[in-house]
Design a binder for this molecule. Structure first.
Ligand SMILES: C[S@@+](CC[C@H](N)C(=O)[O-])C[C@H]1O[C@@H](n2cnc3c(N)ncnc32)[C@H](O)[C@@H]1O
Length: 292
């Protein structure tokens, strides 16, 4: 049961559990109550599995950088990111269809809660590392606030052999979607937001990039530190990083074109040097025989 919770937190957590256990459909308000008050520290596997649910306001910020209609939330917990990813207001006013959302979470207790919070999503109770083999089809965007750091895992994601769980999840995400938005520890990001963008050295990211070719990009400037005191029992320094395979491919093509242009220019230079400096056969001014 809820170990370190205050009396008030325990009361609300218990009410959230009652709602989950009830045999009727929950209202939108009740679903939100469960999301706000079901406490991850009430779960014994929390530390092992790095379960720290995203603060609501930070999840609200992340939803701004999620494109497309088909979204997968990896390591979804009870559905905090997926809840905001529905983007109900914008999609209503822009007359867009509801997003299709798939949530993957290993802990069956969280999946049970998630199914009550977000019944419109498809919930898959599974290890995230098994997802590439599931033939779920392509998604427009993968999102995740994964466990951070050296969390015990069942294997490796495609390409990455390092120890950090967040990178294994991003490598899995890359097999599923051309775009991605992830909350990761600040030291795993190639930049930080401190007023503006500041590039930073991250040996962990360098290794991930080297092994997978995946590039992590800055977001629109989301000040994650503003929400640092809203996490429960932790105040992690995090960044929101984006993946965009379309931009990666465009940049790779531009680089190739620039490279090809450079080689042509240097070949032309070489050729004109050769033709202006080397004497032509038959027109040697050496005084020797000519061919004609
Ligand atoms: C940091 S929490 C974030 C939960 C949720 N995404 C959120 O933002 O509130 C990480 C979640 O990953 C889950 N998890 C840990 N290992 C996993 C694995 N191998 N496969 C799938 N989920 C996993 C944990 O149970 C936990 O719910």
């Amino acid at each position: 049961m809820a170990g370190k919770l205050s009396k008030e937190q325990t009361k609300r957590h218990n009410r959230a559990c009652e709602l989950v256990d009830s045999d009727r459909e929950l209202t939108e308000k009740e679903r939100e109550f469960v999301l706000d008050h079901f406490h991850e520290s009430a779960n014994t596997g929390r530390t092992l599995d790095g379960a720290f649910f995203t603060p609501a306001e930070l999840a609200g910020e992340l939803h701004l950088v999620i494109p497309g209609d088909r979204i997968i939330d990896l390591c979804a917990g009870i559905g905090r990111l997926a809840w905001h990813a529905r983007d109900l207001v914008t999609r209503h006013f822009e007359r867009l269809p509801s997003r299709e959302i798939v949530c993957v979470e290993k802990n069956p207790a969280y999946v049970r809660v998630g199914r009550r919070v977000l019944p419109e999503a498809t919930w898959i109770c599974a290890d995230v590392l098994d997802v590439p083999g599931m033939s779920l089809g392509p998604f427009d965007c993968a999102i995740s606030n994964p466990p951070f750091g050296r969390i015990k895992r069942s294997g490796n994601a495609p390409g990455y052999r390092g120890p950090l769980f967040e990178f294994h999840v991003i490598a899995v995400a890359e097999t599923l979607a051309r775009r991605g938005a992830f909350i990761i520890p600040r030291e795993s990001a190639p930049f930080r937001i401190e007023g503006g963008f500041v590039d930073q050295d991250s040996p962990a990211y360098e290794r991930f990039h080297r092994e997978t070719g995946i590039k992590l990009r800055p977001n629109v400037g989301i000040p994650t530190d503003d929400y640092r005191d809203q996490w429960r029992d932790a105040s992690p320094a995090v960044e929101i990083v984006l993946h965009n395979r379309d931009e990666d491919e465009l940049e790779a093509r531009a680089e190739q074109a620039a490279h090809a242009e450079q080689s042509t220019a240097s070949r032309t230079r070489q050729h004109s040097l050769t033709t202006t400096t080397a004497p032509k056969t038959g027109f040697s001014d050496s005084g020797g025989d000519t061919l004609f």
